[in-house]
Design a protein around this ligand. Structure first.
Ligand SMILES: Cc1cc2nc3c(=O)[nH]c(=O)nc-3n(C[C@H](O)[C@H](O)[C@H](O)COP(=O)(O)O)c2cc1C
Length: 328
């Protein structure tokens, strides 16, 4: 009998597939549908700092960290919906009363201002965990990397002071020394790192001389970026990892688990193929486990995470030398 259950951040999941934060996880109706489709856990749509700031009558323009990062402002305004804290807390309470899987709240953070006290309200509403969607694009040439990175630590530490539920940081790969930063983040007391968030990318409309957005949804090829870092870090940092970006089928889930992820998060594939895809992906994992004679997910989780021996050198290879790639 195959058992797909696992744990992530100390939470019991019936299977390792979590619906990542997106517009699809913003309503009770969808939460119930995802549950019925077999999803292992759900990260709610992010509550954006901007909205929280508004609710305490502080405009974002008063916030010096945000002013330092206009891109963050763009990102926020793009995703922002009419959503206030009460509505969010209600969604958490209703979701917890209707479905029997972990409900992870999400807050978008660009500063460590006093709004983090709302993290406590999220905990009181019954969220099983809290994910911090932290996005600080290191685009200001005058700002040194350690100044930017310090913001991540400030945000995490101020939230950890407010709550006792597990906290994850969902981050990007825009760090100058990523492995070391990930290690240090894992020492803060967070229970999980989500690798990686994926953002809108700019494009240019050459007929109208306008800047537009492109590739809102990921492609399966994008999975190799988190795969490398999950493999590199899973045995070396002090918290769980959830893989995110480009996971579109059951075999991609298996690969991330082999690399050492405790769970995966999916969003684009749910938009593109609908909620029934969850069952198809679970079937693919099941069949692979049967074929390989595994009964439990934990039997192979981390089997191919990075070790400092020759067999794992492929994770470190980055150049297209003919000897490795067969391509010239
Ligand atoms: C339409 C859309 C809305 C999203 N909204 C959020 C959000 O509010 N908070 C967040 O942390 N991530 C958000 N994401 C990012 C996803 O959770 C996920 O990390 C990213 O899309 C990569 O996973 P995927 O390749 O499975 O799509 C959003 C993604 C999409 C496509």
């Amino acid at each position: 009998m195959i058992d797909l259950s696992t744990t992530y951040m100390g939470l019991r999941l019936r299977n390792p597939i979590i619906a990542g934060s997106s517009g699809l996880t913003n309503s009770l109706d969808n939460i119930i549908k995802l549950y019925d489709a077999g999803i292992g856990g759900i990260v709610l749509k992010s509550l954006f700092e901007e909205q929280i700031s508004q609710s305490i009558n502080k405009t974002m323009s008063q916030n010096e960290n945000v002013n330092a990062y206009p891109e963050a402002l763009d990102y926020i305004s793009h995703y922002t919906r009419e959503q206030d804290l009460d509505r969010y807390l209600k969604l958490i309470r209703e979701a917890k009363s209707k479905v029997d899987i972990p409900i992870i709240a999400s807050i978008n953070c660009v500063s460590s201002s006093e709004w983090v006290t709302f993290a406590r309200k999220i905990q009181e509403a019954g969220a099983d965990a809290l994910e911090l969607n932290i996005f600080i694009l290191p685009s200001d040439p005058r700002r040194k990397s350690d100044q930017t990175e310090q913001l991540y630590f400030d945000i995490i530490q101020s939230v950890l002071k407010q709550v006792s539920i597990p906290v994850a940081a969902k981050i990007s790969y825009y760090f100058s020394g990523f492995a070391n930063t990930a290690l240090q983040l894992s020492w803060t007391g967070i229970s999980g790192l989500v690798l990686f968030n994926r953002f809108f990318s700019p494009d240019i409309d050459i007929d109208n001389f306008e800047i537009t957005t492109s590739n809102v949804f990921s492609s399966p090829a994008e999975m190799s970026l988190p795969l490398r870092w999950v493999a590199m870090l899973s045995k070396r940092i002090q918290c769980d990892i959830a893989a995110s970006t480009g996971i579109h089928d059951g075999h991609a889930v298996v690969k991330q688990l082999l690399a050492g992820a405790k769970a995966v998060q999916i969003a684009s594939v749910l938009y593109k193929e609908g909620f029934d895809k969850v069952g198809i992906m679970l079937g693919e994992i099941n069949r692979w486990m049967e074929k390989q004679d595994f009964n439990e997910v934990t039997e192979f989780t981390g089997m191919l995470s990075f070790r400092e021996d020759k067999s794992m050198a492929a994770y470190e290879r980055v150049q297209f030398m003919k000897h490795f790639s067969g391509i010239e």
